[in-house]
Ligand binder design. Structure first.
Ligand SMILES: [Zn+2]
Length: 206
């Protein structure tokens, strides 16, 4: 049965999520289905109104800021709704996708499952629960070269970012890369400092 479904493609940065989404969208287009492609307004990677995979494929996309507005751009005759970068949408995204499924649409989506702290990203946990199919893709680890990278490493000026580093960086050269669990690093400089201070505290039991 087509429709009434939600296929979620997830994994770390550079695992080919958008590439896989575009592959599935193209198949729907070949099957002459009416497809709507949506991406969040906050995605800074794509400059214009399109989504682009790292291997250079692209498709026109409608940029949307608030999840609820997805319902106003999807028309009754749209059969497939593809949404990129789901982790960036607000909490309403779960209800919006549930509604689209209830209306008989086939929803295709991608999202980063973990943020740079290796914690669940946005509404991804709920989305994984309501999805009718979940594919977890792995990336190549940029440090050891193994093919089991499941985490997204944040680097600031080329060094692993601290756990307490601000979510939005002002200045400094910020990059991200895929890493396996073994190579993933999350220094907690604040915590280490506190621990060091504890050791030198003069204890007295007089
Ligand atoms: Zn590795």
């Amino acid at each position: 049965m087509e429709g009434y479904s939600f296929e979620l493609i997830t994994g770390p940065m550079s695992c080919g999520k958008t590439e896989e989404l575009l592959r599935r969208v193209r198949r729907c287009i070949i099957a002459k289905k009416k497809v709507k492609v949506i991406s969040p307004d906050v995605d800074t990677r794509a400059k214009g109104d399109y989504i682009e995979s790292r291997n250079g494929l692209w498709l026109d996309a409608i940029k949307i800021k608030h999840a609820i507005h997805i319902l106003s751009v999807v028309k009754p005759d749209d059969e497939v709704v593809a949404i990129d970068e789901l982790q960036f949408f607000d909490k309403n995204i779960t209800k919006v996708i549930t509604k689209l499924m209830d209306e008989g649409k086939k929803v295709l989506g991608t999202g980063l499952e973990l943020d740079f702290k290796a914690e669940p990203f946005g509404s991804m946990p709920e989305l994984m629960c309501i999805a009718t199919k979940v594919d977890k893709l792995h990336a190549v680890c940029m440090k050891c070269g193994c093919e089991h990278a499941t985490r997204t490493q944040r680097l600031i000026d080329g060094k692993p970012a601290d756990k307490n580093s601000p979510l939005i960086m002002i200045g400094g050269d910020e990059t991200y890369e895929a890493r396996c669990i073994k190579c993933y690093e999350l220094p907690d400089i604040e915590h280490q400092k506190q621990k060091r201070n504890l050791k030198v505290l003069p204890f007295s039991f007089k």
